[in-house]
Design a protein. Structure first.
Length: 279
């Protein structure tokens, strides 16, 4: 059974493989006319009245970005009908890092499920025991999607324990993890100089694929030296580094570490500061 309304729509339309996902045709069927034009200050707009709408997509954007923009506006049409939007869906990272972007994240999720539906995506991922970002890039080509969208779906489908995170020169922007990765693992606020991601950010040194690292390189936990993970990092949007972390099995079974979380104090006692992501 489809797990999301966008996946149900794919099934209802009788689409049998990724190449059959024509987002413009799906939009037309939903009452949304798609137009392509030069836009200033946004990547897409949506204006609707009753059961009809017009989605205008940035004509100058890459094709994969245009397809995601159409899916994103269809997400707004599904979840937020009756409202108008000007969206910067060129940067999913911006929506993930933002604190007040619930509607944008809902539209992003709809687009991801529409363009990378679980009924097609999961079987491909399950064939790869330890996917690297290279593997995900190949799958992205099959689905005519961006690497970031494809990597985010890896976290959604939860077929392999993983963390997806983004850093830039200012530090941690956002992270997502699958439910099987314990919340006791607390990411560092800045890239460690021993990480391959730091080498990529500081000197442009690229990785061929997954590489072994100590968990201490990525996490604040005092026992990080006792565990290992696999890391693959590539350049993302706007100078960011996109990293996929695959913890080894012992990391998944490690007991809770109460000393991993940096604490601050106020008149009400200790509290753990909010992070730009979820655990």
């Amino acid at each position: 059974m489809p797990e999301h309304p966008a996946e149900a729509r794919i099934a209802e339309l009788g689409i049998g493989d990724p190449k059959g996902i024509d987002v413009d045709a799906i939009a037309y069927d939903a009452g949304v006319e798609v137009r392509y034009d030069v836009l200033n200050g946004c990547e897409a707009t949506l204006v609707g009245v009753r059961n009809r709408a017009i989605a205008t997509i940035q004509k100058q954007a890459r094709h994969t970005r245009q397809r995601f923009s159409v899916g994103h506006e269809l997400g707004h049409w599904h979840h937020h009908r009756g409202q108008s939007f000007r969206c910067r869906v060129d940067d999913i990272s911006l929506n993930l890092a933002g604190k007040d972007k619930l509607k944008e994240r809902e539209a992003d999720k709809y687009a991801a499920h529409l363009l990378l539906p679980g009924q097609f995506y999961k079987p491909l991922i399950k064939q790869i025991k330890t996917p690297s970002l290279n593997d995900l890039s190949l799958i992205a080509g099959d689905f005519n999607c961006s690497l970031l969208s494809t990597a985010l779906r890896l976290i959604d489908v939860n077929t392999v324990p993983a963390i997806l995170t983004s850093y830039n020169q200012n530090g941690l922007r956002w992270f997502l993890r699958t439910p099987d990765v314990p919340g006791r693992w607390y990411l560092k606020d800045r890239l460690d100089e021993d990480s391959f991601a730091y080498e990529l950010l500081s000197s442009g040194k690229t990785q061929a694929g997954l590489r072994k690292s100590s968990a201490d390189t990525w996490f604040t936990n005092a026992d990080g030296d006792d565990y290992e993970l696999r890391e693959h990092s590539v350049e993302g949007y706007g100078g960011e580094i996109l990293t996929l972390l695959l913890p080894d099995d012992p990391m998944l079974e490690a007991p809770y570490d109460p000393d991993a979380f940096p604490k601050r104090y106020n008149e009400n006692g200790a509290y753990t500061p909010k992070r730009p992501g979820r655990r």
